[in-house]
Unconditional design. Structure first.
Length: 598
């Protein structure tokens, strides 16, 4: 770009968006559902505003109203002082799904939007617009690639660039980053902020992540639960830019705002639960006093008591570090699980590819362990070996004094996808497992077990629904009910809430913790969510990056139980735990970047 050619994306922002007493819903008569009620919102020129709320609260309806894709039933939507009567390129929208044409390249997908809006301009000028948009999202090296050749983060950058290329005065971002992993999400947040600060556009962001709103926006407005959802008290983030994530983590003003927003949203969710049948744990009659049949092909462990060559350290809450205890030391509590020199490798033409090597860990009875690390480091590989679903290449896994040689109902497994049989109801999906494990008891008692866990997870009146009739959160509740109903010795959780939005994750984390607290199973959970690990775990195992991944550090979480989320998030210890885990992950990401560059 030369001095004689000013950028085509530059203009003086004079626009703003206003919603005046807006209400919107769907259906008519008794079948009508009011989604939003009495919404008032004013977004000033150049402002960055975030609306935070649960899935199903009406956030996307709000965005469609602002975009002109939906007309309000009451009130009015104004843009630059004029009524919004339909969609316009002046209000560019980026959705959660990328909606890219798979047969077009990056340049082709962006060029399609440019040609649609600026079809009367010359080819050279339109080409310049496409080039500038690609440069703004740093996709210069990928412009000739097709969507299937791109990562999720890169695809979302194409979607952002496509909207930017149409030169909108207002950017509407409808949860554009919710499908991305934590590291990619933070990179995209920074790129959006870079574009916003460069162009001084007006941005309205819809998100389910309170921390994302606090990091990116000037104002954060919580949206309550429907039907008839309304705004809660807005939070003003007056901190200067650019903002540092680590500094925000410790900043008292940000901690106060986070608690204010979460308190409102959790209260709203609690109110909705009290008005419906779905909630947390319900009081139920006790379970029948029966034991499952152990149908696993397990044998006594030959390696019990073998010394471990562990080269890790344990990090305590006060920052002190201790060497890991050797296997010869007497256990303070009875061991439930022990992995000894565990390794996994795959044969390749160039020799064995070692994914996990010398993974040593002890889990005591009733302990909740979270394993965290970068994508691809081997977390799920370790869990699948413990579950008996993946063959061990070296070392041993000892569960309740016996070596694991294959899958079995003594381990209840919950995956990221609940893996429900779509032709069976929620009850039938749970009962299927109960019949396999409790086949020796009368049918009446098996029915009682299945219904008990569905009811206790708030699905008593939905037990006859099939998976497609349930929300993602409800489907995962069925998965949890099925796992607990087996009465396993250990619970294995492979990112069970990874496909859920941030706020629904908070709700199901509490449901899981309450249910786990009742039966006090030993739990081994894989996650990439730092806050989830701190809230749930007794210890957090941080894995090094692969290849040859192993236990890096172990962080002891010494919050008491039961835990109150808002109380522990307001402590300096919570911030310290968060800092130590983020530092560990960032250091490994930096080393990986250096290795890649070399």
């Amino acid at each position: 770009m030369t001095a004689e050619q000013p950028p085509l994306f530059f203009w003086e922002i004079m626009s703003y968006l206003e919603l005046r007493n807006v209400s919107a819903g769907f259906g008519s008569g008794r079948a009508r559902t009011e989604v939003l009620r009495g919404i008032n919102l004013s977004v000033e020129k150049g402002e960055f505003v975030a609306v935070v709320g649960y899935s199903g609260s009406g956030k996307t309806t709000l965005m469609n109203l602002a975009a002109g894709l939906l007309r309000p039933d009451e009130g009015e939507v104004l843009f630059e002082g004029e009524p919004v009567s339909g969609p316009s390129t002046e209000r560019g929208i980026v959705f959660q799904n990328y909606s890219l044409l798979p047969w077009l390249t990056v340049r082709g997908n962006i060029g399609m939007a440019v040609n649609q809006v600026f079809g009367r301009e010359g080819r050279i000028l339109r080409s310049r617009r496409v080039r500038e948009a690609i440069e703004m999202v740093h996709l210069d090296d990928a412009e000739q690639k097709r969507p299937l050749e791109l990562s999720g983060g890169m695809r979302q950058r194409v979607a952002v660039a496509r909207t930017l290329a149409t030169r909108p005065k207002l950017m509407l971002l409808d949860e554009p980053l919710s499908a991305l992993d934590a590291l990619t999400r933070s990179v995209m947040q920074d790129q959006i902020l870079e574009i916003w600060q460069q162009e001084r556009q007006t941005i309205l962001l819809i998100t389910n992540d309170v921390d994302e709103g606090l990091y990116m926006a000037d104002r954060i407005i919580p949206l309550g639960m429907g039907p008839g959802a309304a705004f809660g008290p807005e939070a003003i983030n007056g901190l200067s830019r650019p903002r540092d994530r680590r500094a925000l983590n410790h900043h008292p003003h940000i901690r106060e705002l986070r608690n204010q927003i979460l308190s409102y949203l959790l209260t709203e969710k609690g109110r909705q639960r009290s008005e419906s049948t779905e909630g947390g744990l319900e009081e139920q009659d006790g379970l029948p006093d029966i034991q499952p049949m152990n149908i696993t092909d397990a044998r006594p462990a030959p390696f019990r008591g073998m010394p471990l060559r562990e080269n890790r350290r344990i990090v305590r809450g006060d920052g002190r570090t201790d060497p890991a205890p050797s296997a010869s030391e007497p256990a303070r509590r009875e061991l439930a699980l022990e992995t000894i020199h565990l390794s996994k490798s795959y044969a390749t033409p160039r020799g064995p590819a070692v994914i996990v090597e010398d993974f040593n860990l002890k889990v005591t009875r009733g302990e909740f362990i979270c394993v965290i690390g970068h994508s691809g480091c081997g977390k799920s590989t370790v869990l699948s070996m413990i579950a008996g679903l993946n063959e061990v290449s070296g070392g041993s896994i000892i569960l309740d004094g016996k070596e694991v040689t294959g899958p079995g109902p003594d381990r209840g497994v919950v995956f990221q996808s609940p893996c429900l049989l779509p032709w069976l109801t929620a009850y039938e999906n749970v009962k299927l497992g109960v019949d396999q494990v409790f086949y020796h008891v009368p049918e009446k008692q098996r029915v009682q077990i299945a219904r008990y866990y569905l009811s206790i997870l708030g699905l008593g009146e939905r037990r006859d629904k099939r998976p497609l009739e349930l929300s993602r959160g409800q489907q995962q509740r069925v998965g949890l009910a099925r796992a607990f109903a087996l009465s396993p010795k250990m619970l294995l959780l492979d990112e069970p809430f990874g496909m859920l939005d941030k706020l629904t994750k908070l709700e199901l984390q509490q449901v899981l913790l309450d249910l786990w607290g009742r039966v006090r199973l030993s739990a081994f959970m894989v996650t990439h969510d730092v806050d989830e690990a701190i809230y749930l775990a007794d210890r957090v195992v941080m894995m090094t990056d692969g290849p040859r991944a192993r236990v890096g550090e172990i962080l002891e979480i010494d919050f008491g139980r039961p835990r109150n989320r808002l109380e522990i998030m307001d402590t300096s210890r919570y911030c310290d735990y968060r800092e130590q885990m983020i530092t560990f992950l960032e250091e490994r990401a930096h080393r990986r970047d250096l290795d890649t560059a070399a």
